[in-house]
Design a protein around this ligand. Structure first.
Ligand code: ATP
Ligand code: MG
Length: 623
């Protein structure tokens, strides 16, 4: 129970190599721009405040799946440690036995690993410290710095005061040390029901900072914990636990989101009192706050993500449309793309909104470099080359990557009947249409130049086959093939060789930037969405769990994008049928796709669209 705190002094240790996989020196790592946290750490290293140690931590509560916002925090914490030859701890903040579980712990560890980080043995639980936390609580009581309050929850709320009014002292605040110690021990022994008493720090009910008005640090909760079982029926509260966990682990820089700024005085109070009393070692950790990731076109609140899953608006936590990291992985997003994103958006102390197109662009940038090119026809119509010999076929050799010749070429069968995209043929083409129309010439990529001679139609007037002739002298890669220039350049697949595939065209989960907001299309002044009409009033966003319900006014569910998922029957190159799940490719002219992690099989290829080649949303928004 009373786990030895990891008080090991890291000062004389070799830096842990575990976190170094993404150290700044890596040749593919994005260039590092200065930010306030990097500056603080550099300064602390210069003044030798922590003897050169940099120890950060990522402290998720194991009560849900991680989302894009957590990726920012993970990359920040593990990244800052790695840049400084330091270490980052993975610590589960498991102080609420009612909501937490092993399923979530595992998925959190997987997500951190997927992002490219490793805690190298430094995996801890707040529950590891229950023994110490209890001992410290008794110490606070003996110092007359904590007392057992027996007011009801309503009484406590009523005496807490407001932002403008001080609180009032509890009638139990003057209990003697002996009485407090006795009551607290009996709380622990299980003598009282839930809610009968709580343990509060004795700080200052008149403090301007509400967090300093005798905050509760222990509550009675007769509940089994997923790690400690029934060993405890009192559980420590977050602020108290977090500060002490940081200090026990000898964290140097405790980095959290802005909403904890007003908790910092409490954080400092707790660990400084303990250090003054010889209970904790100095130097103590220091807390720094940064602005959380706010992203348009999604919701990043655990409560809402749970709702989306429970109410079946999506196909589970790992639905590729979900802004979870399991969803991102299945979508075909990359860890490296998230790293580019984190570096591009930077870190600041001012709240701001990042447009989804920024994240999508980062994924494009990363996928562009790594994804091999393949051909897929998503909306097929038959193309018949009337002068190509029946039954014959040959191979064309497209490059796997236009900028990376070292990736080689692959054979793609070519024959008399091909699949092409339905919209690559038009009888009444709009101006500037350079594809197939009767009389027009285009190049079949990596193949021949063809001339369109007409089309067959069914009774309803739908095109059933496009006819053309080819010029055998124009085969790509042969001498003189380029002498004739054509403007159109379309992709194709041999109908006899193409493999049917299920293709899932994913798009943004919500159709508006601020789901559930009174002005869902609006932008805050600092939003990164350019050229959108200025909002007529302040945007209220239904994003955070703390939001008062009346702020949202509308139901964010109404803003779901009905076209966020479209499943189509497509054709792909034969080679794509046998790729491993999670293989990422570019379907030429369409976008980046990934072989689905769960459903893709050799006999039944399934591809998910990660992102289109170009952003169609920003253009749509700007008209
Ligand atoms: P909860 O409401 O359950 O506390 P949470 O989103 O804060 O939800 P935690 O598990 O407590 O989830 O978060 C772990 C860490 O991730 C915390 O340090 C938190 O500050 C950080 N984090 C959470 N959301 C974001 C976000 N949108 N941007 C950046 N960091 C985030
Ligand atoms: Mg939290």
């Amino acid at each position: 129970m009373n786990a030895a705190p990891p008080q090991a002094n890291h000062a004389n240790r070799e830096p842990d190599s575990a976190n170094l996989r993404h150290a700044s020196g890596g040749k593919d790592a994005p260039a590092l721009a200065s930010n306030f946290l990097r500056a603080i750490i550099a300064e602390d290293n210069r003044t030798n405040k922590y003897g050169g140690r940099v120890v950060t931590r990522f402290p998720p509560e194991p009560n849900g799946y991680l989302h894009y916002g957590h990726a920012k925090s993970i990359i920040l914490n593990f990244g800052l440690a790695a840049e400084n030859n330091g270490i980052c701890h993975l610590r589960y903040d498991d102080t609420n036995p009612l909501k937490e579980g092993v399923e979530f712990e595992d998925s959190i560890a997987d997500a951190v690993r997927w992002l490219g980080y490793d805690w190298g043995g430094h995996r801890y639980h707040a529950s590891d410290y229950y023994g110490d936390l209890y001992r410290f609580a008794e110490w606070f009581i003996t110092q007359d710095l904590a007392y057992v309050d027996s007011q009801s929850a309503e009484e406590m709320r009523a005496t807490r005061g407001t932002l403008t009014q001080p609180g009032r002292d509890s009638p139990f605040r003057t209990r003697s040390v002996a009485e407090n110690l006795d009551l607290f021990r009996r709380m622990r022994a299980g003598e009282f029901p839930d809610g009968a008493h709580i343990l509060r720090l004795k700080i200052d009910m008149a403090s301007a900072n509400v967090n300093m008005r005798d905050p509760a640090i222990y509550r009675i909760r007769h509940a089994s914990h997923h790690r400690t079982g029934d060993a405890w029926c009192i559980y420590p509260l977050y602020d108290y636990t977090h500060a002490i966990s940081d200090a026990l682990e000898r964290i140097t820089h405790s980095i959290c989101t802005l909403e904890f700024q007003d908790h910092r005085p409490l954080y400092d109070w707790v660990i400084n009192r303990l250090a003054d009393g010889g209970q904790l070692e100095r130097p103590l950790p220091q807390q720094f706050e940064f602005a959380r990731l706010n992203l348009t076109y999604v919701v990043l609140s655990k409560r809402r993500l749970i709702e989306l899953v429970r109410e079946h608006h999506v196909d589970g936590w790992d639905d590729p449309r979900m802004p979870t990291l399991v969803g991102a992985r299945r979508r075909g997003f990359t860890p490296e793309g998230f790293q580019i994103f984190a570096e591009r958006i930077g870190v600041s102390k001012a709240d701001s909104w990042i447009d989804m197109s920024v994240l999508e662009d980062c994924m494009r940038d990363d996928l562009n470099g790594r994804a091999e090119r393949r051909m897929a026809v998503l909306d097929p119509v038959r193309l018949v080359i009337d002068n190509y010999p029946e039954g014959a076929s040959e191979e064309c050799f497209p490059p796997n990557h236009p900028q990376r010749p070292e990736l080689g070429r692959r054979p793609v069968p070519f024959s008399r009947e091909l699949w092409i995209e339905r919209d690559d043929y038009s009888e009444s083409p709009p101006k500037g249409y350079f594809r197939l129309t009767p009389g027009a010439e285009v190049r079949l990529r990596y193949g021949y130049i063809i001339r369109c001679v007409g089309a067959d139609k069914d009774a309803a007037g739908n095109v059933t086959a496009v006819h053309c002739t080819y010029d055998p002298a124009t085969r790509s890669g042969t001498p003189g093939a380029d002498t004739r220039k054509v403007k159109g350049n379309i992709h194709w697949l041999s109908a006899a060789h193409a493999v049917p595939a299920e293709v899932r065209l994913y798009d943004r989960l919500f159709r508006v930037p601020f789901p559930g907001a009174r002005n869902p299309w609006g932008v805050r002044a600092e939003a990164a969405v350019p050229d959108v009409p200025a909002p007529t009033h302040h945007v209220a966003v239904a994003g955070d769990d703390e939001d008062a319900p009346e702020v949202a006014e509308r139901n964010y569910i109404d803003d779901l994008n009905p076209e966020s998922k479209r499943v189509i029957a497509a054709f792909v190159e034969p080679a794509l049928a046998t790729v491993a799940p999670e293989t990422r490719v570019q379907f030429e002219r369409h976008g980046y796709f990934v072989a689905d992690l769960a459903d893709h099989q050799p006999g039944r290829p399934v591809f998910n669209r990660a992102v289109t080649l170009r952003d169609s949303w920003t253009r749509a928004a700007t008209g």
